[in-house]
Ligand binder design. Structure first.
Ligand code: SF4
Length: 550
């Protein structure tokens, strides 16, 4: 039986995570469970555990790394370490969003890479062709031969790329409960947000009006057709979805996971001490919506959400013992504005009151939103924010700058709308810089250099920073429950803690024996637009003992 070391290198950049240290994603856990299902002996480790421990590497036959494009340097270091002792013995397998970059594949010293979804490719290899090991696959894939879709192979420095994998059909998705044991390998996993996948794929099959390599929409109307299957294809070859995003292209339209499987995974995670569960989906409100249509769900706004399915799921999850006792929280990742109405917001508020929900706004210019393929207008998003706030949800909003079609006027419109976001109850704005992702409509977009435009980008950055700092000021004197996770690496007299329900990182000056505890704190100062200072009122209870937590 081949022993496979699955390493989560996502967001490790050059070898260290700089932000969102408290996130455990679902992808590497899914792959680990699938490999075990197909007869491998696979174990999951986070990057930082492996890079510091050669003994772990030596226990395995195959190194399988999941990474994002930004993590190439970290992956390179890991592969070098792996190859050092064993040379070409011991295969290197790559997966995750990073493999979509041909540049990354050319640079990295790997043997087999999986591009896009693995479910159908694994089924083909391990169930239909009955391969028992990656070694067998590698030996059969010849440089002069055909490489299956979804696979790339490197032999004698020649790269053979079979292209992105086909979208996995529903019957091959969610066959296994994602790995649970590996979660315990992450530092302070009991304080982390653990992502649980509930929907795969995105329902926005609208497209941008132009791509960055010169393709333009001819207004054929197919991607807005009433017949949902028509929307799958664009005659001029513009990839589906927002121009900057690869989700519809790589994962297709939404497919919802069975409720019982989700609840079982969450139950197992809570049993090992996880305290924060994030229900992960490109749009939470797509959950069960695909079951309302016979055709592929390629319309982001119609039919309306499947409230029955959503309510059953939330009811089951919020009835789990640790959630009822207030020792664990259920959080939702993203929603699309056009699916939020008063009733939907009321249902979300009923089960998720006091938690944050992220909404993609990206820009307040409707002209730009239309041009990049967004499914909503700015007004749709403002209305959704209003409704969610009214029902006790804390809306967090995404904005983006640097988009290829963005003009100075578009930024001015956004700047002018920010005061309204404040009035409507937005708690935080997350401003992203656009980065071209491979195989998307905007993959060939150039960096913006025009001075006037960049001046307004700076204004936007400053305004968002100011907004977030002002919102943090509103937290002063607020009392909240936090999980004390670790020492603060920049100043070891302080500890880092995370709010159980929602809110910024809270620094606390206290003894490190409190690591592993849930404490009630009062917010006493604002440190930055991302961080506040708290003081412990009292320790509520301990989650893990000090030796486990350090
Ligand atoms: S399918 Fe393509 S060409 Fe037709 S309207 Fe949509 S983006 Fe334009």
């Amino acid at each position: 039986m081949e022993r496979v070391l699955v390493v989560d290198a996502n967001a490790r950049l050059k070898g260290r995570r700089l932000t969102t240290l408290d996130v455990i994603g679902s992808g590497p856990r899914i792959v680990t469970a699938l490999l075990n299902y197909y007869g491998f002996d696979a174990e999951l480790y986070p990057y930082e555990r492996v890079i510091g421990d050669r003994d772990i590497l030596n226990r395995f036959d195959v190194l399988a790394v999941s990474f994002m494009i930004s993590d190439v340097k970290a992956v390179e270091k890991l592969i070098n370490l792996w190859r050092k002792d064993r040379g070409k013995e011991g295969l290197v397998v790559l997966g995750g969003p990073g493999t979509l970059s041909v540049k990354a594949l050319k640079l990295l010293d790997f043997d087999i890479a999986f591009l896009g979804e693995v479910e159908q490719v694994f089924n083909e290899f391990f169930a239909i062709r009955r391969y028992r090991s990656f070694k067998e696959i590698f030996e059969e894939l010849q440089p002069q031969g055909q490489v299956p879709r979804g696979v790339a192979v490197k032999k004698k420095d020649m790269l053979l790329d079979g292209g992105v994998a086909p979208w996995a059909p529903r019957e091959l998705l969610f066959k296994v409960i994602p790995d649970i044991n590996g979660v315990k390998m992450y530092p302070f996993y009991w304080a982390c947000r653990v992502y649980v996948e509930i929907v795969r794929g995105c329902s926005n099959f609208k497209r941008p009006l132009t791509t960055a390599n010169g393709r333009s929409c001819n207004s054929c109307g197919l991607c807005l057709s009433q017949r949902l299957a028509d929307r799958l294809r664009c005659p001029v070859g513009i990839p589906p979805g927002c121009g900057y995003c690869s989700v519809p292209l790589i994962h297709g339209y939404p497919k919802s996971r069975d409720r019982h499987s989700i609840v079982e995974e969450v139950r197992r995670l809570l049993d090992i001490g996880v305290t924060r569960i994030v229900l992960s989906a490109p749009d939470f409100l797509d959950y069960g919506r695909d079951l309302k249509t016979e055709e592929p769900l390629t319309d982001p706004c119609n039919p309306p959400p499947n409230i029955d399915a959503i309510e059953k799921l939330l009811k089951d999850l919020t009835s789990l013992e640790n959630v009822v006792d207030g020792k664990a929280s259920i959080l939702v990742e993203n929603v699309k504005a056009c699916l939020v109405d008063d009733y939907v917001a009321e249902v979300l508020g009923r089960y998720l009151k006091g938690t944050a929900i992220y909404i993609g706004l990206e820009s307040c210019s409707d002209k730009l939103l239309e041009a990049i393929g967004r499914p909503n207008t700015c007004r749709d998003v403002l209305e959704a924010i209003k409704l969610l706030s009214k029902h006790g949800i804390k809306p967090y909003v995404y904005l983006m700058h640097g988009l290829p079609l963005e003009k100075t006027d578009d930024i001015i419109t956004t700047l002018n709308t920010i005061p309204m976001l404040q009035q409507l109850g937005v708690e935080r704005i997350i401003l992203y810089k656009f980065r071209p992702l491979p195989r998307t409509a905007f993959s060939k977009a150039k960096r913006r250099h025009d001075e006037e435009y960049l001046k307004f980008v700076e204004l936007l950055k400053n305004r968002v920073k100011e907004f977030n700092e002002q919102m943090k000021q509103k937290l002063l004197n607020r009392i909240m429950d936090v999980i004390i996770a670790s020492e603060y690496p920049r100043n070891r007299r302080y500890l880092v803690s995370y709010p159980l329900h929602h809110g910024p990182v809270v620094l606390i000056r206290a003894s490190k024996r409190f690591i592993g505890c849930v404490a009630r704190v009062r917010i006493v100062d604002v440190i930055s637009d991302r961080m506040v200072m708290g003081t412990i009122l009292y320790i509520k209870y301990r989650i893990v003992n000090p030796t486990t937590s350090l």
